[in-house]
Design a protein around this ligand. Structure first.
Ligand code: ZN
Length: 250
């Protein structure tokens, strides 16, 4: 009896720990309890539902003075399009790179002005981060960004409302296509990860800004030719969204 009494709280504790662990796991997987609802309403996109072998490459945290031009050179070499989620502060600093992106048919998304931790920012300052960057990109290219990608993937009801107010869509990424290139991986490893996990309609997240941007850029020279050989094409986020729409019309 004594053993039984002692065991019960232990079991209860273990069950609680299990449930807690599972909840954290599930939360990390969905990132926000309302994620599925936002995805259904197309307020957030993580992929396109399509049979077409198309992929959207996205690059965060730039433009970077050396690595972004290298990415652009390699996209040009392999005749592929991409979407750049730029930071307003660097767009201001390197306007020629932004103009080149637009001229070469790439899409420019908004990744905030200064990449702050949105958990610590007020509603007003989040709004300013979004608006200011939209204005900078508009002044340089004549086009207002259609997609916003929150720094660090941060999501909240308030932030999503602000993005909707700006008539923008949150351009997330396909969970399986996050090669974590920024963690100091070599170009070969980044490329092999992307090739291994490629499926039609995915959004791939990479980083041209940050300390590992050169390896990220060089990975393009490996995975683009390989995936093109498999029949894939690399399109902008707008083209990816349109491909899903045209699917539905059929
Ligand atoms: Zn970022």
């Amino acid at each position: 009896m004594l053993i039984y009494i002692k065991k019960k709280p232990a079991l209860l504790l273990l069950s609680c720990l299990f449930i807690l662990g599972f909840s954290i796991g599930a939360y990390r997987l969905t990132l926000h309890p309302n994620m599925e609802n936002w995805k259904q309403k197309k307020i957030i996109i993580t992929e396109a539902i399509t049979d077409q072998k198309i992929l959207a490459l996205t690059f965060d945290d730039g433009p970077h003075p050396a690595n972004t031009p290298l990415v652009l050179d390699l996209l040009q070499k392999h005749q592929s399009q991409a979407t750049f989620f730029v930071l307003g502060q660097y767009a201001e600093k390197y306007p020629e790179i932004i103009k080149r992106m637009a001229k070469e048919g790439h899409e420019i998304g908004n990744h905030s002005f200064s990449h702050p931790d949105f958990n610590r920012e007020s509603r007003f300052s989040i709004q300013e981060e979004i608006k200011k960057t939209n204005q900078i990109v508009y002044n340089l290219t004549g086009t207002k960004p259609r997609f916003f990608r929150p720094p660090g993937g941060y999501l909240s009801y308030e932030m999503v409302d602000l993005v909707v107010e700006e008539k923008m869509i949150i351009g997330y990424w396909s969970y399986i296509q996050d090669p974590k290139d920024w963690q100091g991986k070599k170009a070969e490893d980044i490329a092999h990860y992307i090739i291994k996990h490629a499926r039609p309609g995915q959004i791939i997240i990479l980083h041209d800004g940050g300390p590992n941007g050169k390896e990220t850029a060089l990975s393009l020279d490996i995975f683009i030719p390989e995936l093109k050989q498999q029949g894939y094409r690399f399109v902008t986020l707008t083209q990816l969204v349109n491909a899903e729409k045209s699917n539905k019309n059929l």
